[in-house]
Design a protein. Structure first.
Ligand code: CMC
Length: 392
């Protein structure tokens, strides 16, 4: 009833009030709970930033120790859930494996599904934070046919994940501090981004009072698309296509500007940032550092730099305010770290998890929350009479 306004893609419709993340797209500002992303990327850790997003304040020493210890205690997967990984084809994409395993968590922990019981919500929060890295690493190992390691709970979250992803049960694994530090920072940069496609999905699913595992599982699927989190692997595919084809960078850009079907400059443009994406500025610096510290000069980076330079000076991109987004350089770093392209969006999901949890919890605790239920503008047929099959 009443007048409804069409807003395709919700470009101008706020779905909620939120106190978690602030973005000013014209100024290129991003803050979590008021703290600038640049300061968090420089000084914080992923676990501390996760606490900040979820609980609203920077943790005291004892709060951080407690949160860290609780996450460490929950890293193991149920042995039956481990068998789950055998059920997928060997070359299964790790994103649907991740989402399916998170969905399955709700069957293993029926005692922590009540959205209105704070202790249960805290328990599923910690379980998700602890188990998603294990699940992600196992999805990766399975796709390589490599053995699954047990987590080592003396290690922190990122160290544990790195060891599970790259370690070998027959040998000691030596953590590479450059890799761990860079990965930790990338996870911070991805940790929240207000009402993006996957976060809105998590909130929408949760608004029907579905549990946290179910809501996050839906968010992972939403993230997988190439216009959203899937862009990070799409960028690398694009760079490789350019490298391996006869097209040079200029020919590719002409195809982009002619809007050939399915051809976009992946890793460019953003719904909110119309000046620059502050995350991209940090990532570009990290890419440079990581590649030089790991001693990996990458021809992909050269192609990316050339694409960026052309785009930043081209009318098409200037008019439309298209700048590199967070996904433009991350794939190059993940590749240098040794992750296959398929895993890039999984790494995005690991980073975005605390944001999804924080937003779901804010939604559940907000008295103004109603079930998400957009209206539509109907453009179909008017009333008409059913015609029996023999008369059609
Ligand atoms: N390459 C070429 N043209 C583009 C691009 C691009 N990457 N992005 C936008 N445009 C054009 C688009 O064709 C349109 O042109 P016109 O006005 O002539 O019709 C104009 O710019 C506005 O684009 P839009 O699609 O209406 O903008 P949107 O706010 O709906 O989409 C976006 C934002 C991020 C989906 C889009 O810029 C895009 O597809 N970028 C490439 C994929 C990508 O990198 N996604 C990651 C986003 S950041 C992290 C995340 O969310 O996961």
């Amino acid at each position: 009833t009443g007048l409804v306004t069409l807003d395709a893609g919700f470009t101008n419709t706020a779905s909620c009030e939120s106190a978690i993340t602030y973005i000013d797209g014209d100024e290129g500002i991003l803050r979590y709970r008021g703290y600038p992303i640049e300061q968090l990327a420089e000084g914080s850790t992923f676990v501390e930033t996760s606490f900040l997003l979820i609980h609203g304040h920077l943790p005291s020493e004892s709060e951080l120790a407690d949160f860290t210890a609780r996450i460490q205690r929950h890293t193991l997967l149920h042995e039956d859930l481990k068998r789950f990984f055998d059920g997928f084809p060997r070359d299964a994409h790790p994103m649907p494996v991740l989402s399916s395993a998170v969905s399955a968590l709700s069957t293993f922990y029926p005692n922590s599904l009540n959205p209105f019981d704070d202790e249960q919500v805290e328990l599923s929060t910690v379980r998700l934070m602890a188990k998603l890295p294990t699940i992600a690493a196992y999805a990766h190992r399975k796709s390589l046919g490599q053995p699954l390691l047990y987590p080592d709970n003396r290690l922190g979250l990122v160290e544990n994940f790195t060891r599970l992803a790259f370690g070998n049960p027959a040998e000691d694994y030596e953590l590479d501090p450059v890799l761990v530090k860079a990965l930790d920072q990338l996870l911070i940069l991805h940790a929240d981004h207000e009402q993006n496609c996957s976060t809105s999905t998590v909130r929408l699913v949760g608004s029907g009072q579905a549990n946290l595992f179910a809501s996050v599982s839906a968010g992972i699927h939403a993230l997988s698309g190439p216009l959203h989190g899937g862009a990070n692997s799409a960028v690398l595919d694009m760079l490789e296509t350019i490298r391996d084809s006869d097209d040079d960078v200029d020919t590719f850009m002409t195809r982009v500007k002619n809007k050939e079907k399915g051809v976009r400059l992946m890793g460019f443009g953003h719904r909110v940032y119309k000046n620059y994406d502050p995350r991209a500025a940090i990532v570009k610096k990290t890419a440079d550092e990581v590649l030089s510290k790991l001693g990996k000069r990458d021809e992909m980076l050269d192609i990316a730099l050339r694409l960026e330079e052309i785009a930043l000076n081209d009318e098409y991109f200037i008019e439309r305010k298209l700048y590199p987004n967070v996904d433009f350089y991350t794939g190059i770093i993940y590749k240098a770290m040794g992750f296959p392209t398929k895993m890039f969006t999984v790494l995005f999901a690991l980073g975005r998890l605390p944001g999804w949890i924080a937003q779901w919890r804010e939604m559940i605790n907000d008295p103004a929350t109603k079930i998400g239920r957009p209206r539509q503008v109907y453009v179909g047929e008017g009333a008409r009479d059913y015609v029996p099959l023999e008369s059609r």
